[in-house]
Design a protein around this ligand. Sequence first.
Ligand SMILES: *[C@@H]1O[C@H](CO)[C@@H](O)[C@H](O)[C@H]1NC(C)=O
Ligand SMILES: *[C@@H]1O[C@H](CO)[C@@H](O)[C@H](O)[C@H]1NC(C)=O
Length: 481
Amino acid sequence: MGLKHSNRKFHSRPKLCLLKCSTIIAAFLFLASFIYFFSPLADFAKSWSREVHFRGDLREAKFPWNKLCFGQANEKLKLAVFSKSWPIGAAPGGMERHASTLYTALAAKGHEIHIFTAPSDRRAHEDIHRGNLHVYFASNDHGSVNCSLAFDIFNRENKMNEFDYVHTESVSLPYWRARVVPKVAVTWHGVWYEIMHSKLFQELLSNPKEQLPGPMTELQEAMPRLLNEIRFFSIYKQHICISDSAGEVLVNIYQLPQRNVHVILNGVDETKFTPDPMAGAVFRERYGVPFNVSLVLGIAGRLVRDKGHPLLHEAFAKTSKRHPGVFLLVAGSGPWGRRYAELGKNVKVLGALEPSELSHFYNSLDVFVNPTLRPQGLDLTLMEAMHCGKPVLTPNYPSITRTVVLNEEFGYTFSPNVESLVEALESAIKDGSRELQRKGKLCQRYAVSMFTASKMASAYERFFLCMKNTRYCQYPLTSDC
Ligand SMILES: *[C@@H]1O[C@H](CO)[C@@H](O)[C@H](O)[C@H]1NC(C)=O
Ligand SMILES: *[C@@H]1O[C@H](CO)[C@@H](O)[C@H](O)[C@H]1NC(C)=O
């Protein structure tokens, strides 16, 4: 990864200025700009020190709002939310979990939240009115959101008592409707520029020597879709990205004004995911992980092709031949489950876990592996594992290396090919469980400082307050911590 610099160096740099020697300063500036352009970590370290001391208008912030600490606000908001689905029942997907975590938290802070959506199980359900949280189900026959119906209900509620601001999760509120909603912010959970990036890798991986001459339909479709996105994105007024790199793409490629692009990272419920070595040991025993294994790797999620399982399957088969003490725990279900099981006694396929077991699963691991080939968005499982004090091993997409695995102290990254993944696995094995524990502690500290549901909720709260009343765009306010 080439990310060897420590950010501590950068904190001490300003002392150089005491020398009051312009030549040194000039040389330093030259060097700093050189490092700035050529080392991603230097870039990170530079911005980190700037962010710690950030003062001014939040709309100018070029870093995740999660880094700041916002105090309690007295002002109450009335917000409308358009979202593709709302979680019903057990084990909903990441997107739904995110939406319910965020809006439940905002409602608990006293804001009036009205959500226009469809139930995740695609069945008929009564609307939900729980305290400040109002969920309206507006489905069509297939169970997805009927946009015109949702918009009708929104208009009715807006006429009675106008919303302060409207929030849409991706294009849940389509752009042709967003045109008539001036006070709208959209959160992008993945943009076509990133999807194109991943499609490129998928094509290279599934067809390395171009043995299958074909139309590469998906890749060919990607470019027109990207162009289309760039054309319609500017219809939405305010944009929230969930990774640093997506924010840069929106400014540099989609050409949106920097002032209208904001980064707020997703968070997970930090009370549900915590380090608990005892629970981890019990989990290992319960699922029959042998006592004499040297290292336990784990993966979680749907076991399908585009989550990178062909890649990990091959890489683990190679690695476990050389290192018979390495064990793989597979949580989740899908077509690749059976193939993992065929790898022999060093693999245990657990099937889909109950949400309550997930934290114990993470705690039973030495390192969490996420081989996903879909870089769009940020996978919540990485954050959950880090909250449990586990280092992660994952592809080197910009959304990950800029925001999650900042350098090798947090884990291991690889290019999405088998050789590179084997190399990353070898590094983790070479480091061994003690070193992995040390890295895991750092991951946990970082996760708590960045990826918590409460930080995410207070960043969104401040964002909408700032949209309603520019007084709240100033940071820090006296009420801020
Ligand atoms: C969506 O809602 C509109 C307005 O209520 C209705 O006229 C239309 O038939 C609905 N469409 C579908 C596919 O359910
Ligand atoms: C662990 O113990 C089992 C049973 O005694 C043995 O078959 C296996 O080879 C051992 N594995 C390692 C990695 O030492």
